[in-house]
Ligand binder design. Sequence first.
Ligand code: BTN
Length: 327
Amino acid sequence: MDPLLTDIVVLLRAKRPAHGTSAAGLAAALNIPVARLNRALDEIRELGYVLQVESSEAIRLVSSPDRMIDTEILSGLKTKLFARQLHCYRKIGSTNTRATQLAESGAPEGTVVVAEEQTGGRGRLGRSWHSAPGLGIWSSVILRPQMPLQRASGLSLLAALAFAEVAEERLGLRVDLKWPNDGLIDGKKILGVLTEVSAEVDRVYHAVCGTGINVSHQPHDFPPSLRPAAGSLAMAAGEPVDRIAFYRAFLERFETLYRRFRRGGIAPFLPDYRRRSILLGKDVTIRQGEQTISGVATGIDDNGALIIRSGKREVVISSGEATLSTS
Ligand code: BTN
């Protein structure tokens, strides 16, 4: 989309732009003819922005569309790395699949793919991910961390932590994390992370970190089979949640955590992760393909793997599906 439209929305959102927000002032600020500015304002309206011209001739942004479009995501986004290349789709099979294709053809680190709807959203362990149109954040980011494969599993934990921090700060919600990467509020799953990595053992080529965040769903928006276990930010907050503003805040926080992760790995984040973990100190069962292992979850190691005490043995589990044995 035309970057000019984003620039105009940014100016309209600014508290007191230097030249004011009259058509003439905006045109001067952007160094374009007023006729070009007026055409751009029409295009902005067509995207779903509501603009009002006041008696002073100031143009006021009355409301913004709840749509995953680049003008809306980029206006005010304070990232340096994430979403510098942004691919927005109204409908796509899976943002992870598309991001993987882009990564394989050389897309730079930080490239983001986001969709309003996924028709083939993928979950962990071969499951599907319900990705209804307009209700959630279905998004994938391409990362190229220079580290061995084992350490890259921390990326999922990192995305989950970024989500938890933003939900807490913006909405005052307490998020529990279920290793490795589920985010739950009041026992209902709101966040899922699917990280897919292309690597040799000693070196990651690229990772695609896909996050599914249920934002605006009400219970009837989920298929009946998911209703007992799935929730959304709006259900938890008891009021509508600004999906795009939440997404911008999530991208900014994830980028901040990722920059620190590139320098120091997952270890600095573990105290925070442990504090939110619902498994630690509990009897758990981990399923890894055909195998299951039960024991007490005693810790998370410096690679983000779960440590289980099973009888007299300590077992380090780097991936799998965890359930509380009592649940
Ligand atoms: C899980 O909990 O099983 C992980 C779910 C991950 C879903 C997200 S939605 C965006 C990205 N694209 C996909 O196809 N999957 C991830």
